[in-house]
Design a protein around this ligand. Sequence first.
Ligand code: IPM
Ligand code: MG
Length: 354
Amino acid sequence: MKIAVLPGDGIGPEIVAQAVKVLAALRSDGLKIELENGHIGGAGYDAAGDPFPAATEKLAKESDAILLGAVGGYQYDNLPRPMRPEQGLLRIRKGLGLFANLRPAMVYPELVNASSLKPELVSGLDIMILRELTGDIYFGQPRGIRTLENGERQGFDTMHYSESEIRRVAHVGFQSAMKRGKKLCSVDKANVLDTSMFWREIVSEVAKEYREVELSHMYVDNAAMQLVRAPKQFDVILTGNIFGDILSDEASMLTGSIGMLPSASLDANNKGLYEPCHGSAPDIAGKDIANPLATILSVAMMMRYTFAADDVAQRIEAAVRKTLQQGLRTGDIYEAGTQKIGCAAMGDAVVASL
Ligand code: IPM
Ligand code: MG
């Protein structure tokens, strides 16, 4: 298992270090794991003047899987757009064809009180958001800021989805539903956007190949509401890049903390990039208080999706569960009666449980 490790910025290095402890423990148990570090985001800009340096691209392409922390920091906020840390993330996703972004939102029984919703609404929640990751308004051309004939300036972006882009992610969605509750809700804005109308048409066509899966369609505004009204109605949510960006952050809060949410971004051959759903949290960087569990759970997803090692994935997930059962919590999921510990201590505790 050749894994590229890209810690990135902010809390990235701290949380990735905990996930690397888990990988090291698995290696001493006999898994053939090879790790190599690279720079991305602001760290790439600092090291090589580019948020996605050529050396990182090479490393990522040669590896089977990529473990990434997070990108972004205040010191980079005023750089020209091509140099900004987020571009590193967007370029690695696009450059490696990582079009299928899986963002599970699961509520651990131990954390049911950490959710901002009533326990009965979220207890037992287990949904999968599948976000298309390399198309949509994120990458559409043309885009920019232009001056109109009347002299007024205008910002503009382009939303589009081609048939093949919709088709391939829809297949991932239906296949993922087949392995779960056999329900797929496709989220769009077909009442307003032509791109969405087309999205709906193609998803409905692909559905004919998966008769066992119950397909529904929902407008994104309604989906945003339903996620906080009755989130357990969902099994798999399939949606485009920008809607998925927004809905997955919303869904994270159902689980109590965005610090618990892992993600996988896969290409057509299950090569993948694994990262927590949260950002680089520069305000708490270097303080040893970040929650490393989303990153550790991303390693579990890596074992499951890229390396087809479901047993190893389950072992990591069980170790996280056990650590929570012991009452250990980082600050974001702390509640009275539990024990607050730091990022590094949480990593050690998971390794001990493992
Ligand atoms: C995410 C993030 C990124 C995105 C940013 C950092 C570019 O919000 O992974 O959800 O918008 O995709
Ligand atoms: Mg986001």
